[in-house]
Design a protein around this ligand. Sequence first.
Ligand code: ADP
Ligand code: ZN
Length: 607
Amino acid sequence: MTKPKKSFLNGGPRNLLVGTLVLLGFIFVLHTLTDRNRTIQPITYSQFLNLIEKDEVKRVHVSGQEVHGILKNNSRFETTIANKSADWQLLREHGVEFSIDNPNGAFNIWYLLPLLSLFITAWALWYFIRQSRGSGGGGGGNNIFTMGKSRARLFMPSSINVKFDDVAGVMEAKEELKDVVDYLKNPEKYQRLGAKIPRGVLLVGSPGNGKTMLARAVAGEANCPFFSVSGSDFIEVFVGVGAARVRDLFQQARKNAPCIIFIDEIDAVGRQRGSGLGGGHDEREQTLNQMLAEMDGFQTTGGSVIVLAATNRPDVLDSALLRPGRFDRRVDVPYPDLKSRDQILQVHAKAVKMDPEVDLQKVARGTPGFSGADLANLINEAAIIASKEDKESIGIDDLEEARDKILLGKEVKSIILTDEDRKVTSFHESGHALIRLMMPEDSDPLHKVTIIPRGRALGVTHAMPEREKYTRTKEEMVANIMSALGGRAAEELVFNKATTGAYSDFQAASSIVRDMVCNYGMGSDLGQVIYAQGQGDYVYSQKTAERIDAEVQRIMDECYANTMQLLKDNRDKLDLLAETLLDKETMYAEEIYELLGIEPRVQHRFS
Ligand code: ADP
Ligand code: ZN
């Protein structure tokens, strides 16, 4: 058995350190040994001439304008001569031995030694810092040697285990990205006919809906390297650093082509130039300009580099980024709809032990507005809850609890409410629930009501949409407003007082009313005009604002009065529900239908 030989250079940092130190020591010793300056007496030129006159000089060596010499008493001296040619005669007359070298300058290899050792030290230092940061690239840290390096993380194809099949839903996005995969795999196919290969694709959507996953899947499908970086990684206080990082990133990418660069949160660098208030935006603009330049500089031949960038704010991006040849393709990655939620749940359920009885489609129905990440989290939370209770598998109850936990924060068992508080809460929630039950057929049906406090809410009433809704009728909006007001109305009716608990209900109700009046032209007074707020597209006068406020107030008042009347007419049901809820704490819709003797409208629970 032979040990593998370690050469000096690839023997790792330790060998290199020792080697460098030895070398430095050697140089130092050599330098001091040969340091003739130690015993050398500097003298002036006139003294030198005097010494020659007095026949005291034995030998001199002239190097450029430097003169080193030995006196007859063997002491050494040095001096500088004014001009090179003058004194040979004198030297000869007094029998001084002399020699001359390098007549063109004062070059002396030994003078370079300190400089050389300094250089080697600096190089060694730099080398170690680089070594100790690992060759996996990137990482954080602000080190002057790595400041201009891109912080992108590089994943080689073997480490990318995401395929399109792993990304559930988002059919349209996948369809569009399949093109990109094909370009990466067969660039010649497209170049043959002169087609322009896309350079940049913008993935637009809220966080957690799978933009990163999709980008990885593109690399996974095309079997090419994947650089991952966040827009904010380019931002530094030092001007020029961001641009250097961009340059470095694209340089690395070109070396690895064909490959994918994924820039998350591109809006961090890609905001409209010159949009900052005041100064201090030079750095970001320089970074953005560099990115534009790099994208323009891509070669159309050879391996391609395709940049995928993610953002939730395409509206703030500099329009130059969206021009042809840059991010000219846009792929939307929306919140998952019912079917997609079902598929996402199925993907993530595969990783855990789920009770086969659980109907994930019903879970999907109960999670509108959840992102893909929320759904992944839901399954994980349910798994944790089930594990804590030593269950064999994850059941529907665990999923229910996980959902409430995610929606409303963790259940607060430690809050001890007074009996009075609980009673008020019970009537408040019953008010919401009862109004919800009595709303027209096509509005969202009641799902469950609870007076167990969670997060900041003392109780909660859930409605569950029967299907994905893209449009809402005026009746549905009114139903939502009245359900929201039901809590406060019940309190007022039963206890003749208002509590602060209704604050968020009022907020919810008035935002729906405002929508109706301003965006949907449903206000009776203001007509079919859109009065949008916020975007600055529609500016309205102070007078119009007052009319809007008045109209909102009018609709709110009317809804509140109707809600109150409904509760008065059904006071017996309200009392029965509130008393029962006080006891049971949580009630599902079917229990309430049964209690109150009302026909159920739809199936309500997950199971
Ligand atoms: P984004 O980049 O849009 O913020 P990510 O791609 O990072 O979102 O998604 C976060 C996590 O959410 C993923 O790791 C995955 O577990 C889950 N997820 C999101 N969308 C999906 C999807 N369509 N299919 C499966 N899982 C998803
Ligand atoms: Zn309420």
